[in-house]
Design a protein around this ligand. Structure first.
Ligand SMILES: [Zn+2]
Length: 330
């Protein structure tokens, strides 16, 4: 095998490992929201989270492989101190291959975690000295709002402005909806998809999609809890209508409240209410199985590409070392 062949193989390996996750993300971004609306929101939420993480991991590993492949000639030609020999670039490459994806993942977590903490602190400011009862905090605020605050065991915040526009049965729907967010750890799905978009920005359309799906999932749980899809649909529609009336200025607002992600009034309320008026969607397990395979295959493929680059260069390194020092290894 000649140097030219080795280089060609090496380049095609890292190029495929680096480019494939971006190609998949480019296709997935526009297609995923519509595709996952055809299955139950629980399946859709898990699918979106897993595929986003799979693509993000593959992106980070592929970028590490590309960086190593591109840096390799520089490492090769760098003047190295005696005693380290030709094996040093190999060691540097392995370290880069592990460290670069880990650094990228850590860098992606920071902005997402920071914005989540900021939202939480802003929400806490509005509570004053109110104390929760049975995990529910009723805040005296005319803004018709309800939201879930993640934690152990988490907290449901409901504003008096929202309670005022809902009948008791509808208030139960909103409470069950927010409790579903906490029980199912919906915030974790949203945060993980947001972290994934920092590693691969082509995944951005998946963020509104996963937010929409966790809302629908909580709607389904709420409808199941109250045992009446029509009441659930009416509660969601009334809550959203009250909020949009306040936002458009037709009702007086005392002050602006924070906008946590998992609000009862998030998303397209008409679509959510319409979905509740129809029978529940199929579970869509074959789609989930396909997504799991794809989510695992992508990082494994990128890892394989990175490993192929590494072993090709190692064998080239050994060949060159043998030519320079033919007595070695005898
Ligand atoms: Zn919600």
């Amino acid at each position: 095998m000649t140097w030219g062949t080795l280089n060609w193989f090496g380049v095609s390996c890292w190029l495929l490992a680096a480019v494939l996750p971006w190609a998949v993300a480019g296709l997935l971004g526009p297609a995923a929201p519509g595709l996952f609306r055809r299955v139950h929101p629980a399946t859709a939420t898990w699918s979106l989270t897993l595929i986003a993480l799979g693509v993000a991991a593959a992106t980070a590993i592929g970028a590490g492989a590309a960086a190593v492949a591109l840096l390799r000639p520089l490492l090769w030609e760098a003047p190295l101190p005696d005693g380290y020999g030709l094996h040093t670039p190999g060691r540097v490459a392995v370290v880069l291959l592990v460290v670069l994806p880990l650094l990228a993942a850590a860098a992606a977590v920071v902005p997402v975690a920071w914005s989540a903490v900021r939202d939480l602190l802003a929400a806490k400011n509005t509570w004053g000295h109110t104390r929760p009862v049975d995990g529910v905090l009723i805040v005296d605020d005319p803004d018709p709002e309800a939201y879930a605050v993640p934690g152990r065991p988490g907290l449901v915040v409901m504003h008096t402005g929202l309670l005022a526009v809902l009948a008791p049965g509808e208030q139960e729907v909103v409470l069950a909806h927010e409790r579903s967010h906490l029980r199912r750890r919906h915030y974790a799905h949203v945060l993980l998809v947001r972290v994934a978009t920092w590693l691969n920005p082509l995944l951005r359309p998946l963020v509104p999609s996963v937010i929409e799906q966790v809302e629908r999932w909580a709607d389904e749980d709420a409808a199941h809890a109250v045992g009446d899809r029509t009441v659930a649909a009416r509660a969601i529609a009334k809550a959203a209508l009250a909020r949009s009336a306040v936002r458009s200025g037709r009702s007086p607002v005392v002050r602006r409240t924070p906008q946590p992600v998992l609000r009862a009034t998030t998303g397209d309320a008409t679509a959510r209410a319409t979905a509740l008026m129809a029978p529940p969607l199929p579970a869509g397990r074959p789609l989930l199985a396909l997504v799991i395979v794809l989510a695992l295959a992508l990082p494994v493929h990128s890892g394989w590409g990175a490993r192929a680059v590494e072993s090709l260069y190692r064998s080239a390194c050994a060949q060159l070392s043998e030519q320079v020092n033919p007595d070695d290894g005898r």
